[in-house]
Ligand binder design. Structure first.
Ligand SMILES: [Zn+2]
Length: 201
């Protein structure tokens, strides 16, 4: 509805809604585990949910990833590897393994997770952390993304991975709001560092 055509009562209602929203935003903060915005029940609240608090204290990766046997290793050149150091493929489940096995392996330099279109997706934002400061537009992107369950710093230290629940679709790589954004949901692996973005914004 256009503001010019609103009645006084409607305008008052709109003003009240805006006040409530501004107050909510002023009180909201970032969950130190999943990165989503929430309004804490107390001034010391650090996590959006009991689930995130428990996960943070155990320093676990989210079950969305660790419960699936879709893990690989990766080399310094970002080539996906099996736990034995052979080439791994995003379209060959025989080259993947459990999180425990991948973590225990010494092949390559880190662990990665294969996206296969089952509803786990990742947004990769490059060059968005400068001297430890996260670009404000990244927080906007996190808020605009449904089903976020982990936000982590990429291996380079300059980028962010926004892990979330999302329908399978074609990947994309483009500038979004001036950010270098890549969206993936299937047919590739993504590095996993577990280094939380936390409250650094
Ligand atoms: Zn959370």
């Amino acid at each position: 509805m256009r503001i010019e055509s609103m009645s006084t009562a409607e305008l008052q209602k709109l003003a009240a809604d805006v006040a409530v929203e501004l107050r909510r935003r002023a009180l909201s903060r970032r969950c130190e585990w999943c990165g989503s915005s929430f309004v804490p029940k107390s001034a010391k609240g650090r996590f959006c949910s009991p689930r995130c608090r428990v996960a943070a204290h155990r320093n676990l990766l989210p079950g969305e990833l660790t419960s699936r046997a879709r893990w690989v290793r990766w080399s310094a050149a970002k080539v996906p590897l099996t736990v034995d150091g052979d080439p791994a493929k995003a379209n060959d489940a025989s080259t993947w393994t459990t999180y425990e096995n991948a973590k225990a392996s010494a092949a390559g330099v880190g662990v990665g997770f294969v996206l296969n279109g089952d509803g786990i997706a990742c947004i990769d934002v490059d060059d968005c952390i400068t001297d430890g400061a996260v670009d404000d537009r990244v927080w906007d992107l996190i808020d605009a993304t449904e089903g976020v369950f982990m936000v982590e710093i990429s291996p380079s230290g300059n980028g962010v991975h926004i892990w979330h629940h999302g329908a399978a679709g074609k990947g994309s790589r483009r500038l979004e709001n001036g950010l270098k954004v890549e969206r993936y949901s299937k047919g590739r692996y993504v590095t996993v560092t577990g280094r939380r973005l936390g409250n650094h914004g």
